[in-house]
Design a protein. Structure first.
Lengths: 280, 286
């Protein structure tokens, strides 16, 4: 006698329905397990949605006041793709080498941490600029960009000065995987999304709520965008961009050494607790 | 030797000098595992010193402490007389390491990995490239494959590249952490031959961690037997065997190990695995 056969047979549609429930439930279990990752993705998506909303507001208000909004937007995209790449390359220095398994060899070499991070930054800046030039070239085939006045040199100067601050931010986020492997990446993502939202990449910050405008004023990306847009759209020179350049200079002098200092603290903590790498 | 009076290596110092080195790792709140429990040893200049111990006995932790990757909780760690915690940078210049897993950028080629590794020690391409060629032909590495991504190479070949990486920086002290574990017998022999050669020709001091009895006996001038973070016996292979000899018969190193620890290497490793499993089960209950 076989029990399985004796059981009253469920109709086919019901068995399918139970399986549907099985799949749904499994994914719910996973969401629960990865709660913080889902949370981070949610925050990230909200950030994106908000920035699209603010683009809408800016468009209605006639952003760029007479200037070409398309050019305004595309400059923002280019600058952000460059700056976020610098930030990402730096912030992945540790997690990437950990994944490859080379981190201990890098950390036991006599090259100092400043050397390590500055070498990484040097590459990021050069690569980023080349990439941006290529992007600008291709994008300008599609749109009638209003760049006849553009002062490229002044824009480049502002961009490079701003890179220092992003390098500093990247150093701070780079060390976080040494403290907590998962949380580190999560904080990095949220930080990137916040920077994108408040810095006025796709809209003038006047469309933001007051408290966000305050945050913008401490973001180096805000000053970079202001300066570069003035240089590209109005052809302003380095001297007349001084109001944007001096905050960038101050932040550029403070953030990288601060970043290295925080990195060293994290490294020391990791060496004390054995978190550099586990295995072997 | 040099004009930096305070922080340079001196000829008269031991290669490694450990006194009562302690390292604990936090497992949970108020719960620690002791990886090194008051370890003391001297590795003389030019010596090949073996650490023989089962998995989990603390060998890798010892290597990491010496190579500045783990800061000890207590005790004194000196490399050529330099305090590892106080002068990590100076110590780093004189050491290099080969570990179980060949840690490379797998998508990059051997050549790319090697010239990168050398630069971190201030060695330029012009200096490193001829050395790479010489070292690789010496090891029996097929030079034609030097530009292939490393993930295409066998474990044995990767391990040879790992040795080459260490050799490029001309270290006075080589830390070898189970360099032959998991290699096929042929590669194993190749790597062992290379280790002997490094010692003979480059006059390096070598710390070799292994759980291979034959390897330890064949390569090492002296051996420390390590169990549970303690060095429980330390002597030349010959003297270790003599110490535990019975009725005039010289035991094998394996038997000497058993006599010293009361268990075979396998028994200790099985017990350690069992302990870890139990821990997981207990964690589930509480
Ligand atoms: N980074 C670390 N964090 C926590 N525990 C560790 C760490 N490294 C080693 N341990 C623990 O210390 C003990 C010794 O490990 P290890 O030094 O790797 O031994 P071996 O190399 O002889 O196998 C083990 O119990 C291991 O679980
Ligand atoms: Mg080990």
């Amino acid at each position: 006698m076989q029990h399985t056969l004796a059981r009253p047979a469920k109709p086919g549609w019901l068995r399918e329905l139970i399986a549907v429930w099985g799949f749904a439930q499994r994914n719910y279990f996973l969401t629960k397990r990865y709660f913080w990752w889902d949370f981070v993705w949610l925050v990230y998506s909200i950030g994106n949605a908000l920035s699209i909303g603010f683009i809408g507001v800016a468009a209605q208000q006639g952003a760029g006041s007479g200037k070409d909004f398309t050019t305004f937007l595309l400059i923002g995209t280019l600058i952000w793709s460059y700056l976020s790449m610098i930030f990402d390359i730096l912030s992945e220095t540790v997690s990437w080498e950990r994944w490859e398994g080379t981190i201990e060899y890098t950390f036991m070499s006599p090259a100092s941490r400043a050397t390590h991070l500055l070498g990484t930054s040097l590459y990021a800046v050069v690569y980023g600029i080349v990439r941006m030039v290529v992007m600008l070239g291709i994008i300008s085939l599609f749109f009638d960009l209003h760049l006849s006045n553009a002062n490229y040199l002044a824009a480049l100067v502002v961009l490079i000065i701003c890179s220092f601050s992003l390098v500093g931010f990247g150093m701070v986020t780079a060390v976080m995987p040494l403290l907590s492997p998962e949380k580190g990446q999560q904080v990095t993502m949220i930080f990137g999304a916040a920077l994108l939202l408040v810095s006025g990449i796709y809209y003038p910050i006047s469309v933001l709520p007051g408290w966000m405008q305050v945050l913008a004023k401490v973001s180096p990306v805000y000053y970079a965008l202001e300066g570069i847009r003035d240089a590209m759209l109005d052809g302003k020179g380095v001297m007349s961009l001084w109001t944007d350049i001096w905050p960038l200079l101050i932040m550029g002098v403070i953030f990288p050494p601060l970043g290295i200092w925080i990195f060293r603290q994290g490294e020391r903590f990791a060496k004390k607790t054995g978190r550099l790498k586990r295995s072997g | 030797m040099s004009n930096h009076a305070t922080v340079t290596v001196s000829d008269t110092q031991d290669a490694i000098n450990l006194t009562h080195v302690v390292k604990r790792f936090k497992k949970k709140r108020h719960e620690y595992s002791t990886a090194l429990n008051s370890v003391s040893l001297q590795l003389r200049r030019g010596e090949v010193f073996g650490i023989l111990g089962p998995n989990g006995s603390g060998k890798s932790t010892l290597v990491r402490v010496i190579s500045t990757l783990i800061i000890p909780d207590g005790g004194d760690v000196r490399v050529f007389g330099l305090d590892v915690v106080q002068n990590p940078r100076e110590v780093q210049r004189h050491i290099n390491r080969v570990s179980v897993e060949a840690s490379f950028f797998k998508k990059l080629s051997s050549m790319e990995n090697l010239i990168y590794g050398a630069k971190l020690y201030g060695v330029t391409d012009r200096e490193s490239k001829p050395m790479i060629k010489a070292i690789l032909s010496d090891i029996g590495f097929d030079y034609k494959r030097v530009n292939e991504p490393m993930e295409h190479l066998s474990r044995g070949m990767q391990q040879k590249i790992a040795l080459a990486r260490a050799l490029l920086t001309s270290p006075m002290l080589m830390l070898l952490d189970e360099p032959t574990t998991g290699l096929d017998p042929r590669s194993k022999k190749d790597v062992q031959r290379l280790v002997r050669k490094i010692h003979d020709e480059h006059d390096s001091s070598i710390l070799l961690c292994t759980h291979d009895m034959d390897e330890a006996e064949e390569l090492c001038d002296r051996i420390g037997i390590m169990v549970n973070g303690n060095i429980i016996a330390l002597d030349t292979p010959q003297a270790l065997k003599e110490r535990y000899q019975q009725d005039g018969q010289l035991p094998s190193l394996e038997d000497a190990f058993m006599a010293a620890t009361g268990q075979s290497m396998e028994e200790i490793e099985t017990a350690e695995l069992q302990r870890q499993e139990n821990e997981k089960e207990k964690a589930g209950v509480s």
